[in-house]
Design a protein around this ligand. Sequence first.
Ligand code: KIV
Length: 294
Amino acid sequence: MSSRPRPEAETATTRSPVTLPGLATMKRDGQKIVMVTAYDYPGALAAEEAGVDLVLVGDSAAMTVLGYDGTVPVSVEEMLVLTKAVRRGLRTPLLVGDLPFGSYEVSDEQAVATAFRFVKEAGCEAVKLEGGGPTSVARATAIVNAGIPVMGHVGLTPQTATALGGFKAQGRTAAAAHKVAAEARALQDAGCFAIVFEAIPAQLAEEIMPSMEAVVIGIGAGPATDGQVLVFHDLLGMTSGGGARFVKRYAEIGTQVVAGLSAYTAEVRDGSYPAPEHCYGISDEELAEFRSGR
Ligand code: KIV
């Protein structure tokens, strides 16, 4: 199905905040939903200005902005600092906080307590957790029952990538495809308002979609989902290397950043920066008086 255009042109100043019923309406009307990750205030301002619908402060922050090897080490405290910064830059997109590995699996009580921190301290409207197995479904149920909207995440779930055999597409055998479909439906039955499908065959997503009442956001799941999400640094070309198959680079910011810093470095070293136009002045009289007071 091709996407329907939005009814009217909206700008950052006229747009109303995105709500859960609003997302459900977009799904019903076949309007594609745009989600992006962001990890700081300037990134949030850019997402607001671009008019995206949802912003996820993903635990991908562990790799993109904190320099860890994977998403496993990032802590709740680190995620909260980043999420609060994003909150300060957002007005209209729905803000989703990502519960980091180890912050929700232990018990329903732990999951609810962590989710509350993302809502009360960081101002999130919803939280996301990974996996569609019995533990994740139980935690999603508990958080939803506590009154916090939950976004699920199936397919490639980076927090448990080791158990999945690495960072690779999921659901590529009939049995594995059944597992992805069953997990998505279980999260939906748990009350998740949205579910991320990551790195699964496009045909599988298309097969599952008719049974999904929850909003489905794809990343490497083809065009059939209700919307798409990409990682900020990937889509803007701030990371080196090709990245996953599903990444499309819409800009080459990383190259521009290095070029700008290299030019600055060269000009400081050769003395051409700062030039007269970058300097403040003082009148001859004031300067003379300053000198006479030595
Ligand atoms: O952490 C993240 O950025 C994510 C998205 C890729 C969905 O989970």
